[in-house]
Design a binder for this molecule. Structure first.
Ligand code: T4K
Length: 409
C-alpha cells in the first residue's frame, strides 16, 4: 500500500514523516504461479508416495528445461551451490580456478569447499562480468579452470572467454544463477562452456523453493553430474565420489507450475524495469543498469549505480533513506567476495588487484521488483530517490546526525 505524497524533503521518513510503505517492499520476494495446480501436484506426489530420487516430476521438469533451452542435458539439483560443486568436480577442476569476486559468495565457496583455490580476477568496467584480458593475465601453471558469472543475467563475454579456455586447455563453467531464460547472441544461456548452472532459489524470478540445474551439451559431463548428484552411484555401487544433490518432487512440482507462468513473470519484470527507467530518468548520479535490447532477459534484477560525486549521496545513504520508508534494498554484491572470510585472511592484499570490483561493489543497489511490486509503488520508490538527491545536503546532514546519535548511545 502506498500512502503518503512525497513532494518536499520534509515528507521523507528520515525527517519523521510516516514511512511510504506500511509493509516492507523487498528485493527477492518469490514469484508464485498457479497455487491450485501446485496443490494438485502435491496431492498426486503424496498419493503416489514417491517423494524424491529422480521421480516423475523431476524428470518432467528436466525435460521441459532441456527443450526450452535447446540443450542436450538438464540435471535438476537441490540448489545452485551444489550444482556448482558437482559441475566443478565433473569438469575436472582442481588446483586454482579463476573467478570474479563480484558475485554471490557461493561461486567461490563451491570451489573452496572442495579444496580448490579461487583466483579472483577483476571485472570489466562496462559489463561487471570477468574481464577477458584480466583472465589471461591471471592464468598460471596451476590454473585448471574458469568460472564466469553472468551477473544480473547479463551474459559474460562468452566468445572471447571460451577461446581463452580452449587455448589454455582449461575447463569452463558459467555460473548462470541469474540468467535462466536469457540469451547470448540469440542463443539460450545454458549452451556455453563445459556446463552452466542455474539457481532456482526462492529469490530467483523462477523458483522451485530451493533448487537449481546443471545444463550441458557434453554427454560425458552430463553422466558424471547425474551420478555425482546421487552419491556417485551407478546402480548399487558408487562409480565416483558423489554427494546428495537431488531435487525433491515438491520442488520439481513448483518448478513445473512456475514454468507455466514464466512468460508472465518476465513480462512483469520487464514492465517494472521500464517503469523504473522512466521514473529514475534524469536523477543526478543515479544510473540504472542497462540490458541489451537485442537479447532475451528475465529482468529479475533492477540495479542502480549511485555515484556519490554527482548525487551528493552514496549508495548506503540511499539505502538508509529507502529503508526508513519501508523499502528493503539489497547490496548485490557487497562486499566483494575477496573481502569476506576465508578469502580476506587468505588474500589480504587482493583489493589492490581488483580496482573495478572495489568501485562497483561500493555503488550497486538492487531495488524491489517482481510480481509483488506495482507501477504506483515503483513511482513512489523512484520519487523517494529523486527527492533525496535533489535535497542531498539536507539528507546527508540528517543521516550524519542520526549516525552520530546512534553511535553515541
Ligand atoms: N551463484 C550466484 C551468482 C548466485 O547469486 C547464487 C545465489 C548462487 C550461485 C547459489 O545459488 P543457490 O545455492 O542459492 O541456489 C539470496 C539467495 O539466498 C541466493 O540464492 C542468491 N544467489 C542471492 C543473490 O540472494 P541473500 O543472502 O541475499 O538472501 P536473503 O535471505 O537476504 O533474502 C533476500 C531477499 O529475498 C530479502 O529481501 C528477503 C526476500 N525473501 C527471501 C526468501 C528466502 C523473500 O521475500 N522470501 C523468501 O522466501 O541470498
Amino acid at each position: 500500500m502506498v500512502s503518503k505524497e512525497i513532494s518536499t524533503v520534509k515528507d521523507l521518513a528520515i525527517f519523521g514523516a510516516d514511512p511510504a510503505f506500511s509493509q516492507y517492499k523487498m528485493v527477492g520476494v518469490p514469484n508464485i504461479g498457479n497455487r491450485e495446480l501446485l496443490f494438485s501436484y502435491i496431492n498426486d506426489i503424496l498419493d503416489r508416495k514417491w517423494l524424491t530420487n529422480n521421480g516423475k516430476y523431476v524428470k518432467e521438469l528436466e525435460e521441459k528445461i532441456r527443450v526450452m533451452l535447446g540443450v542436450k542435458h538438464a540435471i535438476a539439483v537441490s540448489n545452485g551451490t551444489v550444482g556448482l560443486e558437482i559441475a566443478i568436480r565433473a569438469t575436472g577442476m582442481t588446483g586454482e580456478v579463476i573467478v570474479p569476486s563480484f558475485t554471490f559468495v557461493a561461486t567461490a565457496h563451491a570451489l573452496s569447499w572442495q579444496g580448490i583455490i579461487p583466483k579472483f580476477s577483476d571485472i570489466n568496467r562496462n559489463t561487471y562480468t570477468l574481464d577477458a584480458e584480466g583472465i589471461e593475465k591471471n592464468i598460471t601453471e596451476k590454473t585448471r579452470g574458469i568460472i564466469c558469472v553472468h551477473v544480473y543475467g547479463r551474459p559474460c563475454n562468452i566468445d572471447q572467454i571460451s577461446e581463452i579456455a580452449r587455448e589454455h586447455n582449461l575447463s569452463l563453467i558459467f555460473d548462470a544463477a541469474h540468467a535462466f531464460g536469457n540469451s547470448y547472441k540469440g542463443r539460450p544461456i545454458g549452451n556455453f562452456g563445459d556446463a552452466e548452472i542455474f539457481s532456482f532459489h526462492a529469490t530467483k524470478f523462477f523458483n522451485t523453493f530451493e533448487g537449481g540445474a546443471i545444463v550441458t551439451n557434453d554427454d560425458d559431463i552430463a553422466e558424471k553430474c547425474e551420478q555425482m548428484r546421487n552419491f556417485g552411484l551407478n546402480g548399487e555401487a558408487s562409480r565416483y565420489l558423489g554427494t546428495n544433490g537431488k531435487m525433491n518432487e515438491v520442488s520439481a512440482a513448483m518448478g513445473l507450475v512456475n514454468l507455466e507462468s514464466i512468460d508472465e513473470f518476465v513480462k512483469i519484470n520487464k514492465r517494472n524495469y521500464m517503469t523504473y527507467r522512466h521514473e529514475l530518468e534524469g536523477i543526478q548520479g543515479i544510473k540504472l543498469l542497462e540490458y541489451d535490447e537485442r537479447e532475451k532477459y528475465n529482468y529479475q534484477y533492477v540495479v542502480i549505480m549511485v555515484d556519490e560525486n554527482s548525487a551528493g549521496l552514496n549508495r548506503d545513504d540511499i539505502m538508509r533513506v529507502l529503508n526508513a520508508e519501508g523499502v528493503k534494498t539489497k547490496r548485490y554484491f557487497f562486499p566483494g567476495v575477496h573481502k569476506m572470510e576465508p578469502y580476506k585472511t587468505m588474500f589480504p592484499d587482493m583489493y589492490k588487484f581488483l580496482p573495478i570490483t572495489e568501485m562497483v561493489t561500493a555503488k550497486v543497489l538492487a531495488l524491489p521488483t517482481g510480481t509483488s511490486v506495482n507501477d504506483e509503488e515503483i513511482e513512489k520508490i523512484s520519487q523517494i530517490i529523486r527527492i533525496s538527491v535533489a535535497h542531498h545536503k539536507d539528507v546527508k546532514a540528517k543521516l550524519i546526525r542520526d549516525y552520530t546519535n546512534d553511535s553515541s548511545t
